[in-house]
Design a protein around this ligand. Sequence first.
Ligand code: 13P
Length: 252
Amino acid sequence: MTRTIKPLVAGNWKMNGVKADLAIAAEVAKGHDAALRRAVDLAICPPATLLFTLTASLIGSRIATGGQDCSAHDSGAYTGEVSAPMLVDAGASYAIVGHSERRTLHGESNAQVKAKAEAALAAGLTPIVCVGETKDEREAGKALAIVRKQLRGSVPDGATASLVIAYEPVWAIGTGLTPTAADVAEMHEAIRAELGRILGKATAASVRLLYGGSVKPSNAVELMNVANVDGALVGGASLKAEDFLSIARACA
Ligand code: 13P
């Protein structure tokens, strides 16, 4: 953790969740008591179909919501896309951009991720920019270089200290595998340093750096105690209210 930064634990529901699953968010809200609220910010990023209803259901809970992606364009002939102003209209505060599933399955480049992050910023959203190396890249000793390159290519112009970066090693997502605490520490330090070169040291010092990839209640305390880890981006475990809360408590 970074002493001066309030941690953020964000749940990425991915393509999971229908109306009945609003109950998960309600349970999280119930457990988000005053002590936890003081210690950690929470956000849930549901599928776009649930965003408006879920945000409305969380009014008064101080749990924020976010989109899982956004278009680089505000409106127009882009069938199937959801724009940043639309996410704002639905009540979102955050937009995840550049998740590895988007980069891999939809071929999103650093330049596209950057354009999306800039659209999110312009709409008043906080972008959560995801970076991370593949297994082959780590084994080839290229993890740091790859992530630095992703940062240089996808951090939006005009970013402020409110920016959020999520380091998600591709090989750790949904696999139950996690890097060692030492590897996470090395990467997060390198990310902070690279952000210093991009945004200036003072701004970079306040950016929240989340770790994501198989975060569970059983490993959260160890991962969240690593220097420069300011919270988590949680996939599978965010679909279980008790697990998500337990990860949040690990930050508190
Ligand atoms: P898991 O927590 O399911 O590994 O997913 C991580 C992730 O991709 C969050 O964005």
